[in-house]
Design a protein around this ligand. Sequence first.
Ligand code: ADP
Ligand code: MG
Length: 700
Amino acid sequence: MPHVLETPIEYLKGVGPQRGELLRKELNIGTYGDLLLHFPFRYVDRLHFNTVREIAEENAPVQLRGILKQVRMVGERQARRLTAKLVDATGSIELVWFRGLRWLQPILKDGGEYIVYGKPTRFRDQFNIAHPEIESAATWDEGSATPLQPVYSTTEKASAKGLNSRGIGKLVRTLLPQVKGALPETLSSSLVHQLGGIGREQAIMEAHFPQSRENLDLAIRRLKFEELFFIQLQMLKQKQLVQQDVAGQVFGHVGELFNTFYGHHLPFELTDAQKRVVKEIRKDMGSGKQMNRLLQGDVGSGKTLVALLSMLLALDNGFQAAMLAPTEILAQQHFKGITRFLEGLPVVVRLLTGSTKAAERKSLLTALRLGEVHILVGTHALLEDRVVFRKLGLVVIDEQHRFGVEQRARMQAKAAVPPHVLVMTATPIPRTLAMTVYGDLDVSVIDELPPGRKPIRTVHRTDHARNAVFDFLESEIRKGRQVYVVYPLVEESEKSDLKDVMDGFESLSRRFPLPHYAVGIVHGRMTPEQKDYEMARFIKGETNVLVATTVIEVGVDVPNASVMVVENAERFGLSQLHQLRGRVGRGAEHSYCILMTGDKLGNDSRTRINTMVRTQDGFEISEVDLRLRGPGDIMGTQQSGLPKLHVADLVQDAAVLQQARQVAQRLLDADPGLVQPAHAPIAAALREQMKEKAVWGRIG
Ligand code: ADP
Ligand code: MG
């Protein structure tokens, strides 16, 4: 018999087929269980109201009660919006909606009394509230008598059909008695005790219908902990399974190549951070367990060298190594860099990409199979089945966000005993996210740049300053430096983007004309050959200015380039801006990043630009990014798949997450198989959750 929580939502009294469909489509609620986990996102203290006159700052939420006046549609097409005034005894404030107008207009009555909740913003010295929650005072007053009123998220479309917050609350109230007794405890009693003594069922009830602020806080805390705890437990369990079943190659000794290179070929001293990370990697690879390590380090922190040293360790122990890069240009750069580093050492390094000629490919693949190639550098071409190693011991993957878990798995399948895996990323992600997305990997961080790097001067300029900016570019070019000018991405569909970058190219070509200057251009509509040709000219110093879309974002190294101009910088995300800025500041010269925007900037854009101007710390930038965009959109997390969270929030609940991780780790250390009777509820819940997730199939 199916569990009561799996009952289709249509069967709940008050739902039926039509609303059922709406719940599914609009709110992703298909079963009783889904509704139960659709927790309120806020609780209104029904007894507390603000007055219009009290409003003094932006973004501090207010709850108002007043009469609605002048409800009207204004503006045309894109600018079309619904506005109204809310008037109370102390004054009036404008309300405005840009979306859902069709649904809203009929339910807002001129002269009606309403309760409004929202965050004011200031515009031309007046406060207004965009997209406030709004409810007629009449239904509000009929509402449940508890002082803490749950508020459920919903959509405008669902609201219009009676599934507003109050409507959803009603359904939940119908549901709760039916599932009473069907919500088993998932934590051990000692954990429940530690968390304030609130059992699972009680916590769920309390979250929907709080009896008091104290109980509510405990309930929410418990639910958040539980949610994050099981995610961490799954991750750690996964890691445990891989390590138990998958014996790693043992790279037991540090040999000839590593020592010779380290002692005689290294052109500089490693930074302390590099030394520490190399040590961590050596320990992993010597442990007899498979290494699955994520190496995070800001742009320019010297990850390649760490990778190279790790590959030499593999070679010293009789294994081959592979290095994957996300683009052809990057693969070439790695290949050249590594070849140069290893000059004079008996190591055969080869390059394999999509454009490797057939004859060369054939001989390369044969040599690889025979073990005559020691290090193979390349692109996705390395993943093909015909690429067979004799004895692959280490796979290095550069720039993880371009490779998914599946590609990791394909590389690992190329060896009888799974090779060690080192994943490198220059997109620092906040610790909380790393713990959740890469929880099955160990994480190393290079948190120090090689000495002598000068900070990149970053400024914000608007179009008015364009002439001055061009003059500055000229002075840099005269000194022999090179300049990037980057435009937002050219996509198939975005004609205007293409026009922007072409216009930019033209005006720069006019300002920096031949024969004294040369301007190149790279954009998404060019063929790979055209792009490579243009990039190569810039790398060789044949062009002074490279006008580009974001194709240069990843890893290209041109030490002579000293200025990065980003056009329409407000359209770029923070991590993109950070990556772009990382393209300069690689040589000994002073470098500059100029962020060009229009005059008007939204709040988020302004925060992004100011953050870039203020700091160069990738981790700090990623924290701001996470706060602005929420976890789902952070680079590097898309393919990896973030778990869906019902109560916890990776931004706000970092401390709970930390605690959940520790508790989960300690639990598995003490009882690896979760066989102790006290842990039975945890084991049962974990089994249930892992069953649902086919994706948890073995990576190793
Ligand atoms: P990333 O971490 O962005 O991949 P790279 O490995 O490309 O950085 O290193 C950036 C530059 O710094 C390279 O030119 C590299 O040779 C140099 N480099 C790396 N480690 C050191 C060091 N310890 N001291 C000085 N320069 C270094
Ligand atoms: Mg790199």
